[in-house]
Write a protein that binds this ligand. Structure first.
Ligand code: PNS
Length: 175
């Protein structure tokens, strides 16, 4: 039984993340999607909500579970019996960001080394990131097609779409 961990901030989860989780679930026996968070840093969604959204979005995958964690990723991997971390790569910029983390995790996990394995992300979603989804949603733009349905609902609740009725919005007067 091979257990792997898909870690991330997932703030919020995107369809790109779910694609990587689905592909990981086809390759390994057991996949733990882990929301790694810093309790002193407040994200767009609290970690517990990110976990709930990921559970919803991965409910169709029998060998996937969702958890959250604060601390060193390699400690979490050791505790859960995982020897590999899976990351999605959208391109060279992602690799540049991930490479030192992969080496560091390999280094500090000795003697039970934790390897990082990369899956090439769907090129059709290479521009989709949590940070851009957040920015567009915050400004009222449409991101429903970029995130799982429960995430779209949560984003719409938090950031009303442009043009949505707002009790404080006043119609612009003609100049
Ligand atoms: O989705 P993200 O923000 O790119 O995920 C980064 C994350 C959370 C996977 C990474 O920051 C991490 O593993 N943090 C846990 C703390 C840790 O182990 N740091 C040493 C990594 S070299």
């Amino acid at each position: 039984m091979t257990t792997v961990v898909c870690p991330g901030s997932f703030d919020p989860p995107t369809r790109g993340h779910i694609d990587i989780v689905e592909r990981t679930a086809r390759l390994f026996d057991r996949v733990i999607v882990c929301v790694v968070h810093n309790p002193n840093k407040h994200g767009t969604f609290p970690a517990a909500q990110r976990v709930a959204l990921l559970r919803d979005a991965t409910a169709h995958l029998a060998n996937v579970e969702v958890d959250s964690y604060t601390g060193l990723l390699v400690d979490y991997c050791h505790a859960r019996g995982a020897r590999s971390v899976i990351k999605g790569l959208r391109g060279a910029t992602d690799y540049t960001y991930e490479e030192p983390m992969a080496h560091m995790n390999y280094d500090i996990s000795a003697p039970e080394r934790v390897d990082t394995l990369f899956i090439a992300g769907d090129p059709a979603r290479s521009y989709v990131s949590s940070s851009l989804v957040r920015e567009v949603a915050t400004l009222g733009g449409a991101v429903d097609h970029l995130v799982p349905e429960p995430v779209a609902v949560a984003l719409r609740e938090k950031f009303p779409p442009r043009g949505a009725a707002s009790p404080t919005a006043k119609p612009k007067q003609p100049q």
